[in-house]
Design a protein around this ligand. Sequence first.
Ligand code: ATP
Ligand code: MG
Length: 484
Amino acid sequence: MPVASDHDKPHPIQQELLTGKLSTTPGQQFLQQIIDNSYDSIFVTDKFGNVLLANAGTGLFMEHKIEELVGKNVEYLVKKGTYDWSPTMKAIKTRSVVSGIVRNKHGVQEMATSKPLLDENGEIVMVITNARDKDLVENYIAALEKERTTVHRYKTAVEYLSEVDSGNKELVAESPQMKQIIKTSNFIAKADSTVMLIGETGTGKEVMARYIHRNSLRSKEPFIPVNCAAIPHELLESEFFGYVRGAFSGANPQGKPGLFEIADKGTLFLDEIAELPLAMQSKLLRVLESGEVQRLGDTNVYRANVRFIAATNRDLKAMMSQKLFRSDLYYRLNVIPLSLPALRDRPEDILAFAHKFLEELNRKYALKKQFSAKATQLLFNYNWPGNVRELRNVIERLVITSSGDILNFEEDSLVNRKTGSETEQSYPESTRVYQGTLKSVIKSVEEDYINQVLAECGGRIGEAARRLGIHRTMLYRKMNNKCI
Ligand SMILES: Nc1ncnc2c1ncn2[C@@H]1O[C@H](COP(=O)(O)OP(=O)(O)OP(=O)(O)O)[C@@H](O)[C@H]1O
Ligand SMILES: [Mg+2]
């Protein structure tokens, strides 16, 4: 039988391998070196399963010298207990790629894959097997799985957060000024230009930035808000640019992506831009001009694909004349300026907001509260130095602390009544009657005082924080916790 005689004849390559003739030319030696030094086990058989070639990894796994393996049939090796089954034999029988776990006589496991190589007539020429330590593969898979779970968790969190944010899709815009701003924003959103939002604290700059992003061509990509005032100066560069592993001591050993990278393809909202120190202003300008970003300690440069929206409640022109803000950066950012008017200058919005916030709170706490006529009048007449944020917080406080369905309150519940001038303010009298737990009263007093100081400082956070004797970051935290 031809097969039997074929079977008996040693494969020509086998002879060459055993006599070392295979590795005579430099090219062959080079290939041999690669095979020998491969971390994986590699071994090749003829179409009967006779071993033609085995590398050091295979020898180690099978606990045989390579010379002892060459020429042996895989079925013989399995029978002898060298390993428990032969993917090679299965690949020969099925004429297809076979993968599986094989165990040696000590129970060491490898993940092996055998691939039959066919000639033009569909005949098997040889079977190539490579195998890798199973623990290594499994550890890798487990690490990958862990990573995947973490990514999934972050993705869900991001989706949740953006849903929370976009829960408030309807912007309040009853006043002619706000209606015009919305119109302009719809138009601006589609352009990819840098936008500068200017307005007092609490006028809705962040709300507007998110609105522009949501209506832009980048809406499916991230919107990353960065409060420039809340990042300690010494961390600004690494936060914005990120760093590679080992860039400096105390850094995350894995390295860290910067904000430009995190916001890739999306929008980077640079809030409180006036608080950036001059050195960082120059670095930001370079990114805006060249579009190039380099992580700290990295030699690679990549292009930042980010739309910038900046915001401030400061008078940047005045800061420029005092050399506190770079004029070149100002002109780079101020491509499309958008001013958000103070709430007192758009009275039509006051009651629209008040009702919207009351409705939201009624829904949240399953209440049916309404404003009394007097409360409506007071809300309308107040000058709202903290703008929409202050209005929201006042209403939340009223809803939580009042009993009964009709919201009634005294004038001095609001810190400073509308007087026509921002400097004339009236503060709550010391005889004011508080209600509720000590904690809620303390919170209430704190809110009032922060509001008062913010108003006196014209909404300038840095100055207000200095006067309150707390760090700017703390003041922001208190503001964001809806303390005011
Ligand atoms: N047009 C609007 N529609 C709905 N909610 C608004 C609107 N404008 C402001 N708000 C609400 O007012 C609060 C303050 O808004 P936002 O944080 O955008 O103000 P800001 O101008 O960024 O303030 P700051 O300068 O202090 O950072 C938020 O709770 C926001 O939801
Ligand atoms: Mg803001």
